[in-house]
Structure formats: C-alpha cells, structure tokens
Design a protein around this ligand. Structure first.
Ligand code: NAP
Ligand code: MG
Length: 408
C-alpha cells in the first residue's frame, strides 16, 4: 500500500508555466505520473510554449508573471528564447524576448541555484564535497539593455536627462571610424541592494559562506556600486551574526573568485551578477554531473517564488524524439522545480504533509539515480558499477514513480 493512499490537498493554487520541446514532453509526463496521482492541487496554467506566445503577442508571458505575484508560487518549464532560426522554424511574427528575462524583469529578485547531489555522481572538481550555491542577480545588465549597430563612422555618447528634463550627464563612449556596436545597460540601487540583502539572508539561513565577485577595478562606477551595496549590507546587518556563526563574507575580483571556487570544498553561496550567474551556474551544474542536476528558484523582494530547471529545452534530444528515435533525457531538475514549488506552497500554507510529499519525491528521484538507474547524461560521469543501467526518458520517470508509489 502506498504511503500516500489518500490524495494530499494543496491549500492554495500553484501557477504552472508550460514550455517547449523536450522539456514540455517531460513536464507533462512528470506531472501525470509523479504529481497528479497523489495531489489534489489547483494549477493555474499558462502555456508559454512558443506558438502560444506568438499567438498572444507574448501577452501570456506577462500574465504568467502577474499570476505569480498573485499566488506567490510558480513552477516553470524551460522555454525557447527565439532567434532568427526559430522565427523561421515556427513562422513567428517576431523574435519575441526571452520569457525568463521578461518574468525576472517583472518580479525582480535573485535566482538561487543548487546542484543536486547523488552519491554515485562525483563532481568533476576533486575538492568539491558540498554543494556550491549560486545567487544570480536577476535584474538588468545585458538582459534589459539597449543595443545599436553603428553602420559606420560616428559618435556614440551616453546621455542622462534628469527628472526635470535637464541634461545631467553626457559622456563619450566612442568615436567610431568605421562600423561597430554599442550597448547601454543599467541597474538600479533598489534592485542591487535587495540582491545583496537576499544573498545575506540566504547564506545566513543555510549556513554558507558568502563570496561575491565583480570587476570593480575596471568598472569603477557600475561594478563598484555592486561591491559597495554588498559591503554596506554586511557592515550594517550581518558582520556580527556572520562572525558568531563562523561564516565568512568576502568580496574579490571575479577572476579571483573563479580561481578560488576551484579549490573550495563547497558550502559557499557564490553571488554573481546577472550574466556571470547565467554562465557560471551552467559550469557548476555540469561539473557536479549534469545541467539536469541543478535546482533553480527566483526569489522576488516581495517574497514571490518561481521554480524552474536551469537548463534549456534540450533541443537536440527533441529533434531525435521527432525523428522517432529513443531519447535518454534527464527530468530530475524539472521534478525538482515541481517539488521546490510544492515545498514552498506547503511552507506558506502551513501544510507539512505537502512538504513531506515533495521531500519524498525528491528522495525517490535521487534514490533512482543512486540505485544505478540513470539517463545518458549521468551514465557518462557516474562511478562505475555493474548495476548501472541507462534508461530512456520516460523509463526514468517510471522508475521514480515506482519508488514513489512504494511509499519511499
Ligand atoms: P539546453 O537545452 O540546456 O541543452 C544543452 C545540452 O545540455 C543538451 O544538448 C544536452 O547535451 C545537455 N542537457 C541539457 N539538459 C539536459 C537534460 N535534462 N538531460 C540530458 N541532457 C541535458 O541548451 P540549448 O540546447 O543551448 O538550448 C535549447 C533551447 O533552450 C534554446 O532555444 C534556448 O533559448 C532555451 N533555453 C531556455 C532556458 C530556460 O527556459 N530556462 C535556459 C537555457 C536555454 P547533449 O546534447 O550532449 O546530450
Ligand atoms: Mg544560461
């Protein structure tokens, strides 16, 4: 008999955001086989698959972000960020913006990413014993920028007009002698300080050291403002608490942080500016085993949460699937997006049975991998063992479901 013979009621709705390609397929499988048999849950569904975004002129993306603000908790499947190839492939009206960038711009906040560890998946870096958490600032920089292709000789300037309409600043970017490119990026004090605060709160609660790296030697105003916000937040609110808890906060140049990360044993929250976090979290995820072994949650300053996988739609596997070939795609991070949302929902609603269910599902997924049943991405890096067996996409989910229903 299952430990969950009666359906567990989730007290408040969860915003479900569907996506594209291989992850869309796994998303539905995971929902149908691992969640709906056990849960009585209201899912407010938003289809962010590319055809629907095109049909709604991307309005559906903003609606999804608004729904997360309303209900507090959302779970999101991976979505295509269209480029010119996708415009042709899907016959799009235009190259719609990245849905993640749109949602993050609407919610603001910080994305926290943590590798999911399994005993038989050793990290590529020998010194890593504990997870390295990434705290990625989720607002601004190149993700909300203005770009221009300079067609030929000319002058690019940076101009700021203040609230009263007066020109308050004009600086030369470049006198072009030939064609080139220009980009204007920004951030706000409010977003940077809330990023700093979110990182200190997270590190302190999880008992992690906090490292922040940026490039303030080169960027003496922009990156320097980030450093100043972290230093001020630390001095004002955290120094004594961190010292008492034996935790360290350090700011170093990003190059130095990257070098030190390779020598740490983990147990660190690595706070990253938006682009650094985008790139470095893929490196960390992959080095701990696979992009599909990493959780990701966006935490807004207002306390709204969006859980997702950090990897993309796994396009290469999807095309194989479309050709009728077998795929072995790992659904672990998608499963953890659901469990992350459920745990948060249970915590906010004070329904510990929902949290317990989500934890049991996470254990079932890790236990499946640890018993040697895994997808292709992991079999390549797992500790060698005669019981290791590579399974197909759906088989992996079935194996997790079996452990789930056995009431693990
Ligand atoms: P990707 O989907 O992350 O996949 C890159 C490669 O990583 C795959 O080809 C595969 O390697 C491996 N991989 C990733 N997830 C895996 C999984 N669950 N199981 C097994 N292997 C996995 O990145 P992409 O191919 O560059 O991007 C595809 C689309 O995703 C793009 O349209 C992009 O815009 C979108 N994207 C969305 C998000 C998001 O919504 N959060 C994030 C990133 C990218 P092998 O091929 O070697 O097996
Ligand atoms: Mg990325």
């Amino acid at each position: 008999m299952s430990a969950f013979s009666k359906k567990i009621r989730v007290a408040n709705p969860i915003v479900e955001i569907d996506g594209d390609e291989m992850t869309r397929i796994m998303w539905k499988m995971a929902k149908d086989k691992l969640l709906l048999p056990y849960l009585d849950v209201e899912l407010e569904y938003y289809d962010l698959g590319l055809p629907k975004r095109d049909e709604t002129e991307d309005g559906i993306t903003l609606q999804a972000a608004e729904a997360i603000k309303r209900h507090g908790v959302g779970v999101k499947c991976a979505t295509i960020t269209p480029n010119q190839d996708r415009v042709k492939e899907y016959g799009l009206k235009q190259e719609w913006k990245s849905p993640n960038a749109t949602i993050r711009a609407a919610l603001d906040g910080t994305v926290f990413r943590v590798p999911i560890l399994a005993r038989n998946i050793p990290p590529a870096v020998r010194s890593w014993k504990k997870p390295i958490h990434i705290g990625r600032h989720a607002y601004g920089d190149i993700y909300k920028s203005c770009e221009f292709r300079a067609p030929g000789p000319g002058t690019a300037e940076l101009v700021f007009t203040d609230g009263s309409g007066q020109e308050a600043f004009r600086g030369l970017i470049q006198e072009f002698e030939g064609p080139g490119i220009v980009q204007g990026i920004h951030n706000t004090d409010a977003s940077i300080t809330s990023f700093a605060k979110a990182c200190f709160v997270y590190a302190y609660e999880q008992k992690l050291h906090l490292w922040f790296g940026a490039k303030d030697t080169i960027s003496k105003t922009y990156d320097a403002r980030f450093r100043q916000a972290f230093d001020e937040e630390y001095a004002r609110h955290w120094e004594q608490r961190f010292e008492a808890a034996g935790l360290e906060y350090s700011f170093t140049l990003i190059d130095d942080t990257v070098a030190r990360i390779m020598k740490t044993e983990g147990g660190v929250l690595w706070a990253c500016k938006n682009y650094d976090g985008d790139v470095m979290s893929d490196m960390i995820g992959s080095a701990y085993g696979s992009l599909a072994m990493m959780t990701s949650v966006l935490v807004s300053p207002q306390g709204h949460y969006e859980f997702e996988a950090s990897h993309g739609t796994v396009q290469r596997h999807y095309y194989k699937h479309l050709r009728g070939e077998k795929t072995s795609t790992n659904s672990t991070a998608l499963i953890f997006a659901w469990t992350g949302g459920l745990k948060k929902r249970g915590e906010l609603d004070e329904t510990p049975e929902v949290v317990k269910f989500a934890e049991a599902l996470e254990r079932a997924a890790i236990e499946t991998v640890e018993s040697g049943i895994m997808t292709g991405d992991l079999i390549r890096v797992a500790t060698e063992d005669s019981k290791n067996r590579m399974v197909q996409t759906e088989e992996f989910i079935d194996e997790v479901a079996e452990r789930m229903s056995a009431g693990l």
